[in-house]
Design a protein around this ligand. Structure first.
Ligand SMILES: [Zn+2]
Ligand SMILES: [Zn+2]
Length: 239
């Protein structure tokens, strides 16, 4: 395993810092382009007319940082499972080949989309919503910084995808890293608050338009990357 010479505490500190830096880099880049640098140029693609107040952005960032501290703490558990030999993580690409390496990333996205859709519907249940998911929906007009702005309970639920994947299918450590980076990127994209015309042309991809509408009305568009489940379950809705 990489980092085998580091202590668990060192891995935890490095891991949490990397999670936060990756989020700041991706969300910050989109935020800077759309809300600051090219604000006028892209204003016609803004999904809701009003731009967020700085107090909203501050709350989005603080809740997201809390989420990444919780994600970072999950490293302890993953390290325990790895050392105990319980996971299907592997480190030699040759073990399953390069085709499987890329296929495993697709599998992870499909498994995660399913996990996300159904846990998302669960936390919209009236008995759970106010305790778990209300924080994320307090951002009616989300910005890229809202992508991980969760109540701690929602952060823990969202983290559940990691044990499911590493216990279920063989995954190379780099494939897992690429998957989580894509997850971060795509989650930021659906929270842009701006439409991406090219993305709207793809038949099964979730879009900022669909997720922005979800933040407004809560009754449709529960998916993350794709619209398969929304279409199957009749919850797909575009204005
Ligand atoms: Zn959202
Ligand atoms: Zn929701």
């Amino acid at each position: 395993m990489p980092f085998k010479d580091l202590s668990h505490t060192e891995i935890w500190i490095i891991g949490t810092t990397m999670f936060i830096l990756r989020y700041i880099l991706i969300a910050g880049l989109f935020f800077y382009i759309l809300y600051v640098w090219k604000k006028t140029k892209f204003s016609k693609l803004k999904l809701q007319k009003e731009y967020p107040r700085s107090s909203q952005i501050r709350r989005e960032v603080l809740y997201s940082l809390l989420t990444f501290v919780i994600y970072g703490s999950g490293i302890w558990l993953v390290l325990f499972w790895i050392e105990d030999g319980q996971t299907k993580l592997y480190t030699e690409i040759d073990e399953y080949g390069i085709i499987y390496f890329f296929a495993s990333i697709i599998f992870m996205l499909l498994i995660h989309d399913t996990y996300f859709y159904w846990t998302h519907r669960l936390i919209h249940h009236s008995k759970l919503f106010k305790y778990v998911h209300k924080v994320h929906h307090s951002f009616k007009s989300p910005t890229p910084w809202a992508s991980f702005a969760f109540h701690p309970l929602e952060a823990i639920i969202s983290l559940g995808i990691i044990p499911i994947i590493i216990f279920l299918i063989p995954v190379h450590i780099l494939a897992l890293f690429l998957f989580v980076t894509f997850l971060t990127l795509y989650n930021v994209i659906i929270h842009l608050g701006f439409s991406i015309p090219g993305l709207n042309q793809l038949k099964y991809s979730n879009t900022p338009d669909a997720h922005d509408y979800h933040h407004l009305n809560s009754k449709s568009n529960y998916g993350l990357y794709f619209t398969f489940w929304d279409k199957i379950m009749g919850t797909h809705h575009i204005e």
